[in-house]
Structures are given as structure tokens and as C-alpha cells.
Design a protein around this ligand. Structure first.
Ligand code: ATP
Length: 436
């Protein structure tokens, strides 16, 4: 059977240092993943791009970084203690456990038995204890979403930043869910990172705001270079809507395992602030002095996963081309997403070439994320850089010592241009901008 795309990506990610199974030398731990040298840069670029779009390039969204551990009452107010459950079923024959919605034709997906137990509700929150005594009163949860850190800080952020409604709060951070059926590499894991933004609005302005944000968020994925025909919106039907949601739309990607959610955009009405107001006893209403009215803000939420976005970028950028040595594997990342922007390659290991290549690499390091590689043939080294998505290689050859010029080789077209060392920085910037 030909290797599936997800298997290719999983093995490339491990081999080249994007993503490793967690605790691998102990046999791994299910649904936890470690980001290696290239993965840290890839996911870091995703998060930086999100923060830049959501805060730096706007007037109306402030960043926040709330603690992972929160007061346990938060999760009562949010409804997670009561409702953050998935129905779970056991196969009485093979003893595997599944989410109820994975059962098809009343058969176990593992052994095909029909001897399946009743569905039970299983809470997905991880519990731990705060302080030295493991008692009920000391139970705290690892947050299953970042959003609650935003709601409980609504007043702090509003007052300290002197914001008027409408405004938003954006946060990136870890979330934990004890998923019953994790899988598909990093698509569904038990520890992951979310990028969430809550936009606080005047009641009644929700429909327009929702429309605005869903298009903004779709555009963000397109700007990262993800193929348009692989993205779509899917609106939740009335039977799917969470009890507090007035409207919900997913941005979906055409993954190798089907169209699946990449991000959710939700109209949450006043559910969140009203619940926190009720449970905390604090007034969370807002006084609009222009209209001389007081109201409880409503919320439009955009909720994305950094790991899911990274997986999508890996899958979407993956390409293979036949070449004289077999296949050329290329990650066609956009310039902002590529973990390494420029690799410096001396044509041979001769000292005068390596010296010059290293000097150039050191000079350009403050301006671009760079790599240096002097091992193996030049063709092999180009292939290595293609496989990790490096847009540009700078080759230093014997001629460089005579004419003070080097070759820039472009990943996608494999075109080469000779440029003077004196204007290398500008030439690299121009070439990156052309790649987009
Ligand atoms: P799903 O239906 O896939 O379980 P969800 O509807 O529970 O997702 P939300 O609670 O809306 O997801 O979370 C927002 C985003 O967080 C998702 O769109 C996804 O990108 C990310 N996310 C949620 N759960 C996971 C997970 N277990 N692993 C990785 N990312 C996740």
C-alpha cells in the first residue's frame, strides 16, 4: 500500500526534527508530542503570525497570557464541570473504548463485535491537586481552553487599557483535554496550544461582527499560503450547537482523513460574562456613556489551534517532484512560515570557501533565520533544504573568491541568480518577498 500523506508527514517531521513522539525512549505517551528544532520555529511562526494579525495590525485587540491553573469555580461557571463531556462506550469483547460517535452500524470499530456497552458521559478535563493534600477541596483543573482566562480578565484588561466596547482580547496558550480518541498525528492530542480571541460587543451587533470575524479568520489562512480549494466554512446545525451558542461556524480543511475543523467562530451571546457575574458576584456590566446605557457585553469568539494550523501547513505545503535522483520532496512554505529562511552552503569543504560562507552566514544572521551546511554533495544539500521548506540557499563557490559574488538558489523554481556580496542582504529580501 502506498504510504499515506499523513504517514509521510509524520515520518518527515520526526526525521528532520519538526515533531517527535513525547517520551519516546520510554515507549512514548499517547497523544503527546514534542516539538523539535524546526517544529519550534514552525509553530513559533504560526503563533507570531496570529498575534501580529490579531493585535499588532489592529487598533482594537489586546493580548493576554493567563495562568493555566485557575480557580476551580471558573469551570463550574463555564459549564465545563457539568457539560464538558463526551459520551464514551466500551467494547465488552476487545475492551477498547470509543467516543460514541465513532461507532458505526452498532459495531466496535476495532474488532467489529456488536457486544457494546451503554454510552457513559466522560469528562475531558484533567484534574490535579493544588498544595500538599490530595483532597476534594484542593482539586484544580488543567484548563481545557484558554478562553476562560480572557473572560475572568475582561474587567482588568478593559480598565488598564482604557478600552471601549467593541474590543477584543487575544491569547495563545496550552490547553489540555483527556480526549477519548486522540489521533491523526497532532490533529487531536491531549496537550495542545490554542489561539483564541474574544471580541466583546454591544448586544444586537452580533450578526455583523460574526460575519466580519469569520471572513477575517478565513483570510488569515489564505494569507499563510494555504490552498483556497482546501478550505471551507461549515455552519453548525441547530442540533450541533453548544447550549450557549447562538451561531457557530467552523473553518474546515480538507485533511487526508476528511474535512475537519481547523478553527471555530462562535456567537456566544452573554453566556460567559453572565455566568461569571453570577458565580463571582462581581459586576461585569459595561457603561456606554455615549449612549448612556449599561449592558452586559456579548462575545464573538474565534478559536483556533496552533498545532492543527501547523499540521495543516505541513500537509498543504508538501509536494513531490520527479528528479534525476528519484523524487524531490519540497515543503512549499510561505516565507513567513518557513522555519529557516536562508541556508549558506559552501560548494566544497575547502577552507577558503567555508570561511567565506560562514562569515556571510554570521553577517546575515541578525536579519534572517539561517542555517549553514557543508556536509555531502551540493545537490544533496539542496534537497535537504527543500525538504524542510527553506526558500533560499546561498552557494559560495571558487568563483566567489575572485568576483565577490555568490549564487542564490530559489526552492520552488530552482532558479539561480548571481549576486554581488555587497548587496546580498537586499537581494535575499527581494527574493523572499517574491516567494510571498
Ligand atoms: P473537535 O470537534 O475537533 O474536538 P472542538 O469543537 O472541541 O474540536 P473547540 O473547543 O472549538 O474544538 O477548540 C477550538 C480549536 O482548538 C479547534 O478548532 C482546534 O483547532 C483546537 N483543538 C481542540 N481540541 C484539540 C485537540 N485535542 N488537539 C489539538 N487541537 C485541538
Amino acid at each position: 500500500m502506498p504510504e499515506s500523506l499523513i504517514d509521510k508527514i509524520t515520518s518527515l517531521a520526526k526525521r528532520r526534527g519538526f515533531i517527535f513522539p513525547s517520551s519516546e525512549i520510554y515507549g512514548g505517551i499517547n497523544a503527546c508530542w514534542d516539538y523539535g528544532p524546526l517544529g519550534v520555529r514552525l509553530k513559533g511562526n504560526v503563533k507570531a503570525a496570529w498575534m501580529r494579525t490579531m493585535t499588532q495590525l489592529r487598533d482594537d485587540v489586546e493580548p493576554l497570557d493567563a495562568a493555566i491553573l485557575m480557580h476551580p469555580r471558573v469551570w463550574e461557571a463555564s459549564g465545563h464541570v457539568e457539560n464538558f463531556t463526551d459520551p464514551m462506550v466500551d467494547c465488552r469483547d476487545c475492551r477498547h473504548r470509543f467516543r460514541a460517535d465513532e461507532i458505526r452500524d452498532a459495531r466496535c470499530p476495532n474488532c467489529r463485535s456488536t457486544n457494546i456497552g451503554e454510552a457513559r458521559q466522560f469528562n475531558l478535563m484533567f484534574k490535579t491537586f493544588m498544595g500538599p493534600v490530595e483532597e476534594d477541596a484542593a482539586v484544580v483543573y488543567l484548563r481545557p481552553e484558554t478562553a476562560q482566562g480572557i473572560y475572568v480578565n475582561f474587567e482588568n484588561v478593559r480598565q488598564s487599557s482604557r478600552r471601549r466596547i467593541p474590543f477584543g482580547i487575544a491569547q495563545i496558550g496550552k490547553a489540555f483535554r483527556n480526549e477519548i480518541s486522540p489521533g491523526n498525528f497532532i490533529f487531536r492530542s491531549r496537550e495542545f496550544e490554542q489561539m483564541e480571541m474574544q471580541y466583546f460587543i454591544k448586544p444586537g451587533t452580533d450578526e455583523d461582527t460574526f460575519e466580519y470575524w469569520r471572513h477575517q479568520r478565513m483570510q488569515w489562512y489564505l494569507d499563510l499560503g494555504i490552498k483556497k480549494d482546501k478550505l471551507r466554512f461549515r455552519e453548525h446545525g441547530p442540533d450541533e450547537l453548544a447550549h450557549y451558542a447562538r451561531k457557530a461556524m467552523d473553518i474546515e480543511y480538507d485533511f487526508p482523513f476528511g474535512w475537519k475543523e481547523l478553527e471555530g467562530i462562535h456567537n456566544r451571546g452573554d453566556w460567559d460574562l453572565s455566568r461569571h457575574q453570577q458565580f463571582s458576584g462581581k459586576d461585569l456590566t459595561y457603561f456606554d456613556d455615549a449612549a448612556n446605557e449599561r449592558f452586559l457585553p456579548w462575545v464573538i469568539e474565534t478559536s483556533a489551534g496552533a498545532d492543527r494550523a501547523a499540521l495543516t501547513l505541513l500537509l498543504d505545503a508538501y509536494d513531490e517532484e520527479p528528479d534525476k535522483d528519484g523524487v524531490r520532496v519540497i515543503l512549499r512554505f510561505s516565507k513567513d512560515i518557513a522555519p529557516i529562511k536562508v541556508a549558506f552552503l559552501p560548494l566544497s569543504k575547502k577552507e577558503n570557501l567555508t570561511e567565506l560562507a560562514l562569515r556571510l552566514e554570521h553577517e546575515l544572521r541578525p536579519h534572517f533565520v539561517t542555517d549553514y551546511d557543508e556536509t555531502a554533495s551540493i545537490g544533496k544539500r539542496y534537497r535537504r533544504q527543500d525538504e524542510i521548506g527553506t526558500p533560499l540557499c546561498v552557494t559560495v563557490d571558487f568563483q566567489s573568491l575572485e568576483d565577490n559574488a555568490v549564487t542564490i538558489r530559489e526552492r520552488d523554481s530552482m532558479e539561480q541568480q548571481r549576486v554581488s556580496i555587497d548587496r546580498l542582504r537586499e537581494a535575499l529580501q527581494d527574493a523572499l518577498d517574491r516567494i510571498g
